[in-house]
Write a protein that binds this ligand. Structure first.
Ligand SMILES: [Zn+2]
Length: 172
């Protein structure tokens, strides 16, 4: 199963830098565009604000959870969609934990009873230890498996990134 994504170094490094800068809190953000023109859009992690307002509903803090600003998210996504720019990824970090798709990550991506919200994108998880990115893993929806499957992530320093996102189904 050829299921991998060679992320152009500039975009990869920007995500990694944000993950390190936001340590020991979780970073989060969005990625749009074809590999030849990937755009990384860091987002604010609202987890601590939500927790302050309603600790019972939000027991975790920003050290082990992230919450994207839904209004901002919809606005950006709408803008990109109108221009025909593909939505490629949501990234976040795990400070002092491994890069893996947690139960919460899975439920955020595919709420029980709903199925995947964005089956076309890759969820990127950066492991950050002592303010250094230690690992990164990707996950995308597999129609065949009815579950998220791992996407091998590489940092590409190649001069000629592919012009288009891999066709849907290439990981499935
Ligand atoms: Zn996570």
């Amino acid at each position: 199963m050829a299921c991998s994504w060679s992320i152009p170094a500039a975009a990869f490094d920007l995500m990694a830098a944000r993950a390190e800068a936001d340590y020991p809190e979780e970073t989060c953000g969005l990625v749009f565009g074809p590999d030849s023109a990937l755009e990384v859009i860091p987002m604010r992690n609202l987890q601590d604000e939500l927790r302050q307002r309603d600790p019972a509903a939000y027991p975790r803090d920003a050290h082990d959870a992230y919450h994207l600003d839904g209004v901002e998210f919809d606005r950006i996504r709408g803008e990109k969609e109108a221009k025909g720019t593909p939505f490629r990824a949501i990234y976040h970090s795990h400070p002092d934990h491994d890069a893996y798709f947690s139960k919460k990550d899975r439920e955020d991506a595919a709420p029980p009873g709903w199925g995947p919200i964005f089956p076309e994108i890759t969820y990127l998880v950066f492991s950050v230890r002592k303010r250094k990115v230690a690992d990164v893993k990707g996950y995308t929806w597999s129609e065949e498996k009815g579950d998220y499957v791992e996407v091998e992530i590489q940092r590409s320093t190649g001069e000629t990134p592919s012009a288009d996102p891999p066709p849907r189904g290439s990981c499935r």
